[in-house]
Design a binder for this molecule. Structure first.
Ligand code: SF4
Ligand code: FES
Length: 367
């Protein structure tokens, strides 16, 4: 194990997946394909304890997420618990399920920030991607309410084949909403997005054109809105340090209390500990899942002797496993990986097809 791995870092962020319930059906949803049911969800008191333990561990920020966190009846109490624990709280919402009154209650309970996702700048396309008619208008209302309440707003957009040509229009929409920040991320291909990869993957040309557009757009909107854009994985030379490195910066708690090093970790054959049986500090320090890929000691070649190994930590474990069947392999995005040809074969975006929408018990297709 390297010296870096031997020193346990403090986590800074906690993603609290309060529920997997959600009225939307986005085909790139980062929730697992096997969704957890309402009956298994942690109760309010347990979330409050998790937040206190997180703060003691060094966590500064909690993302109240889902599914749609608005599906939790106790969302106001949960938000208050985050505030009482001294955490900065960020609500990540689809905009459906939180009306004006509820948002005001959340603000009164201490909510610090709102992040709303948009599926496209064109309402019809946005609702088609979300699999929910009227979602776009609900998002517009939530954004307006957020700004009126004086809460900072981030607009998040996941780009893929159906909307990547409208990056500029989506930034303008976020500006019109009064957002101070816009996050543009490409779909990440595991879980639901892996199932929908043929329908979602943009062509190489589309990805390049979108990247070129961002440079002048950043210049044009400097001082008006912060544009955070993550380069598309499949068209890169090196992988990203997924989640800032496994077990280094953040943890995720699932609706039923399983603690994961990243949101897609349940796709890997690992043992996850639960907050019902262990404290967060024990899980962070000793649980098998967090130990599995922490630091650099687990690496194989070419990562093992690579000069970038403590920069990108070998890329994304979930992507490596999804594409090669070996979670300890170099992320195939890396041009040094012996599996890089798999990415090259997929990155053309030659596929098409219907979406398989994310649903709790059943999957439906439409386009
Ligand atoms: Fe990163 Fe491994 Fe590629 Fe080196 S070989 S750049 S550590 S993925
Ligand atoms: Fe799991 Fe990248 S999503 S390590």
């Amino acid at each position: 194990m390297s010296a870096e791995a031997a020193t346990l870092q403090k986590p800074l962020g906690l993603l609290a997946e309060l529920t997997h319930r959600c009225p939307l059906g986005c085909p790139y949803c980062s929730n697992p394909v096997e969704l957890e049911s309402r009956t298994g969800e942690l109760d309010t008191a347990t979330w409050a304890r998790v937040f206190r333990e997180a703060a003691q561990l060094g966590v500064l920020q909690v993302h109240l997420s889902g599914g749609e966190p608005g599906a939790r009846r106790d969302l106001v109490e949960i938000t208050k618990a985050a505030r009482d624990a001294g955490l900065y709280s960020n609500l990540i919402t689809s905009g459906v399920g939180i009306n004006t009154d509820r948002l005001r209650e959340l603000a009164d309970a201490g909510l610090d920030h709102v992040q709303v996702s948009i599926q496209d700048s064109e309402p019809v396309s946005a609702d088609t991607i979300a699999g929910y008619e009227g979602a776009f208008e609900r998002k517009r209302t939530l954004a307006k309410d957020t700004v009126q309440l004086g809460l900072p707003l981030t607009v998040n957009m996941v780009v893929h084949r159906a909307n990547i040509e409208r990056v500029e229009e989506m930034i303008e929409l976020a500006l019109g909403f009064g957002a101070s920040r816009v996050e543009i991320a490409h779909a990440q291909y595991y879980g639901w997005a892996l199932r929908n990869r043929d329908a979602l993957m943009p062509t190489r040309k589309q990805a390049e054109r979108a990247a070129e557009k961002l440079v002048p757009l950043r210049e044009r909107y400097r001082g008006q809105i912060v544009i955070d854009a993550v380069a598309p994985d499949y068209h890169a030379r090196y992988p990203k340090a997924c989640v800032g490195g496994w077990g280094r910066r953040s943890l995720n708690v699932t609706p039923s209390g399983r603690v994961l090093p990243c949101h897609a970790a349940e796709t890997l054959p690992l043992e996850f500990w639960n907050v019902r049986e262990h404290s967060l500090a024990e899980i962070w320090g000793r649980s098998p899942a967090f130990q599995a890929f922490r630091g650099t000691g687990w690496m194989q070649e070419p990562c093992k002797s690579c000069s970038r190994r403590e920069q990108d930590f070998g890329g994304c474990r979930c992507q490596a496993f999804a594409l090669t069947g070996d979670a300890a392999a170099a992320d195939p995005v890396c041009h040094l990986s012996p599996h890089h040809h798999l990415i090259e074969a997929l990155s053309g975006g030659q596929g098409a097809g219907e979406y398989v929408y994310r649903r709790m018990n059943t999957s439906t297709s439409a386009r």
